[in-house]
Design a protein around this ligand. Structure first.
Ligand code: URA
Length: 219
């Protein structure tokens, strides 16, 4: 995990060869839907493992069949709420939930309008109440303009004040990160990689194309 010096609280997993290999497969235009979905599940799982490194741990006593020793509990792992931004985050959530098996899950459906405004419509919102001990992970593979996430993060504020708010994505454009950080400086952002820029249609470059279309084989 590497802190990005351009912002505070933004981290990439560029230092993880495994995560970079999965990302390479996702970028490849010849990767089919089945492999693409599997890749997103893998990233959810491995980025989830990485996230546990940022969580508080508690030392506990444990008795093996042979003797007493010390062990650990990642207490915050038990207080995770995953907010799934439809549709491309579904496979990412499937991976995350393997690490955060106790997680409560919220679903948000948002669609992005056309250029140049890219206005966001929230079509469906189901978010559990948020407790002070919760870590909220908003899963959205592609942080492009940041507009969807800004809407979702604004909505989340109505459900309570959690301990941490995290956005977990695969790729981000610097423009999107800056916009989110301006409005929600307390939100931590974790992505496999921060890419170069957005094109005029709002796609991340070099990117991987439309994550939803590629995962589900349907534009
Ligand atoms: N959403 C995607 O799926 N891909 C992009 O490049 C930008 C937004």
């Amino acid at each position: 995990m590497k802190a990005d010096e351009r912002w505070s609280g933004v981290y990439s997993f560029e230092d993880s060869p495994f995560i970079m290999e999965v990302l390479t497969e996702l970028r490849d235009k010849n990767t089919d839907s089945i492999a693409f979905r599997k890749g997103l599940v893998k990233l959810g799982r491995y980025m989830g493992y990485e996230l546990t490194k940022t969580m508080d741990i508690e030392e506990v006593d444990v008795k093996t069949p042979l003797e007493k020793t010390k062990g650990v509990i990642v207490r915050d792992r038990r207080n995770v709420v995953i907010i799934t931004v439809l549709r491309a985050a579904i496979p990412l959530m499937e991976g995350l939930i393997k690490v955060f098996e106790h997680a409560r899950v919220g679903i948000v459906s948002a669609s992005r309008g056309k250029a140049p405004k890219f206005e966001i419509e929230m079509n469906y919102i189901k978010i559990p109440d948020l407790r002070p001990e919760d870590t909220v992970i908003v899963a959205d593979p592609m942080i492009a303009t940041g507009s969807t996430l800004i809407k979702v993060l604004g909505e989340i504020e109505k459900y309570g004040k959690p301990k941490r708010k995290i956005v977990l994505g695969v790729l981000a454009a610097p423009e999107g990160i800056s916009r989110i950080k301006e409005q929600f400086p307390e939100v931590e952002i974790f992505v496999a990689k921060v890419d170069r820029e957005l094109n005029e249609k709002g796609y991340i470059l070099p990117g991987l194309g439309d994550a939803g279309d590629r995962a589900f084989g349907a534009p």
